[in-house]
Design a protein around this ligand. Structure first.
Ligand code: SAM
Length: 213
């Protein structure tokens, strides 16, 4: 069964689009997209032989040969011309930056990124490129995750607050985001109690203001 994290990410993929999943590992996301009629075709790409072998086994087991195509390569190096949407999930910010930096991406509809941490750095990187953020979701699947949908065809400038917490998340303020903020605040309070670091008070106050507005 697909994890809650990847299930929620699959909901960000538009129907009838060809997806290139970078760092696909066992090809779980592309197989799910094709099996559920979301994508007519998807690529499962990884830069290591081991995960790709697992991907091929999974694709064959599910009878998706020719519909989910394994690709060996670093990041986007072997991407095909028919791709509409890129997904990059379950990695760290620096790997995602390495995959996206210096690439001409404006021919793609969307890039869906889910970094395991450093989402503020990820948004700052997006802000430094000619991109905009068109959707964001907080997912709780044992841990809190943020998934960000990038439009690589248009540029929006974001404030420091938006880069830190997410422009769409701040606007929408849904239940998952509120719970995530409360969780972050509790963690900061615990660290403050141990360290008495003044800067933490500023951050706690910032979160309180978002929660109260
Ligand atoms: C933790 S797994 C994530 C699997 C899946 N995307 C998920 O979200 O559950 C990360 C995968 O990314 C692959 N990977 C790491 N750096 C990569 C790169 N530069 N290009 C392609 N794949 C990469 C690893 O080999 C590994 O299989």
């Amino acid at each position: 069964m697909l994890s809650k994290r990847l299930t929620e990410i699959s909901k960000l993929v538009d129907k009838n689009k060809v997806v290139f999943d970078v760092g696909s590992d066992h090809a779980l996301l592309p197989c799910f997209l094709v099996q559920n009629g979301i994508s007519p075709k998807a690529y499962a790409s990884d830069n290591k032989e081991g995960p790709l072998k697992k991907a091929v086994e999974n694709i064959n087991k599910l009878g998706l040969t020719g519909k989910v195509i394994p690709v060996l390569g670093d990041g986007l190096e072997n991407i095909s011309d028919d791709v509409d949407i890129i997904t990059i999930c379950g990695m760290g910010f620096y790997t995602i930056k390495h995959i996206l930096e210096g690439k001409d991406l404006n021919r793609y509809d969307k890039i869906i990124v889910q970094s395991n941490k450093d989402n503020d750095l990820l948004r700052s990187f997006i802000n430094s490129q000619n991109y905009s953020i068109i959707n964001e979701v907080v997912i709780f699947d044992g841990f809190y995750y943020e998934a960000i949908v990038i439009n690589p065809k248009s540029k929006t400038e974001y404030s420091d607050l938006e880069l830190k917490y997410g422009p769409i998340l701040l606007k929408r303020k849904d239940e998952n985001f509120i719970n995530y903020l409360k969780y972050k605040k509790d963690k900061l309070i615990q660290i403050y109690k141990r360290s008495c670091q003044e800067s933490l008070l500023k951050e706690i106050d910032e979160i309180n203001k978002i929660l109260d507005n």
